[in-house]
Write a new protein. Structure first.
Length: 265
């Protein structure tokens, strides 16, 4: 039995399932397997909680269209949650607790007993308080239970023809703001615009624009740093200052998830 067979078989004897679907490859593969086994008894649920980029939301719709799975949306604002907005090291825990509560309420409305997410084996090695929150809410992780690593997920997604198989990992826009600096709608908007600007000018896919006290710190993969010559950097700086950043720099160490979370208390 292949990994994909195991994943699909995981949904055996489940009556109705909600798949918490972002715009990434992990939850896309879970949604695919669920739909293969359960058909219309599998439903994707995407949370539009105002800290996810429009690009991610659009990608989630594309994924559901490719798979053929029905998609529901949860619409609420994390910016109304003070525990989230104050942005301490437990921000992701509060985010995922709130998401779990919304998912559970929606599941009750639809008589759904099983909710699953896209957590995989590689996620378990990082500091991920959000995973603990989802677990406390009884949300299952089929990719962990069937031993999928990130590389295996990408390989399998490519094999079955999911367009997001090589999509760079992403996270909510609030992750660009160091712990201890409040999350605001204004910051999230300029971060999202900033990343779009950098992608359009450079064609680099994996981009983070960190908002550090109003200053933009751009992270890309180390092998892409050469793209940022003087002309390109000047173009980017001009546009980022127009949308509200006070200064701009390129992080010469390259992209690393969660790097800024040691900067602020």
């Amino acid at each position: 039995m292949t990994n994909l067979d195991e994943l699909t078989h995981w949904f055996e004897n489940k009556n109705k399932v909600f798949v918490a679907l972002s715009g990434g490859v992990d939850s896309a593969l879970v949604a695919y397997a669920a739909f293969q086994k359960l058909g219309n008894s599998a439903v994707a649920v995407t949370a539009d909680y105002k800290t996810l980029s429009a690009e991610e939301l659009d990608t989630s719709k594309t994924i559901c269209s490719e798979i053929g799975i029905k998609q529901l949306f949860l619409d609420y604002s994390e910016l109304e949650n003070e525990e989230f907005v104050k942005n301490n090291s437990n921000r992701c825990f509060h985010c995922r607790m709130e998401l779990g509560n919304h998912l559970i309420a929606l599941a009750k409305d639809h008589n759904v007993e099983v909710i699953v997410d896209g957590t995989n084996l590689d996620d378990l090695g990082d500091y991920r308080p959000g995973i603990e929150a989802l677990k406390q809410n009884g949300i299952r992780s089929p990719l962990v239970e069937t031993h999928f690593s990130k590389s295996k997920i990408r390989e399998t997604a490519k094999m079955i023809g999911l367009s997001v198989f090589d999509k760079p990992s992403n996270s909510c826009l609030a992750s660009r703001i160091p712990w201890g600096q409040r999350v605001t709608a204004e910051k999230l908007t300029r971060i999202e615009f900033g990343e779009t600007i950098v992608k359009q000018i450079t064609n680099v896919k994996q981009v983070r624009v960190r908002d550090i006290d109003g200053s933009a710190k751009i992270e890309v993969e180390k092998n892409m740093l050469s793209v940022f010559d003087d002309v390109v950097f000047e173009q980017i700086t001009e546009k980022l200052k127009m949308i509200g950043f006070t200064s701009v720099e390129i992080d010469q160490e390259g992209y690393k998830p969660g790097k800024i979370n040691v900067i602020a208390d």
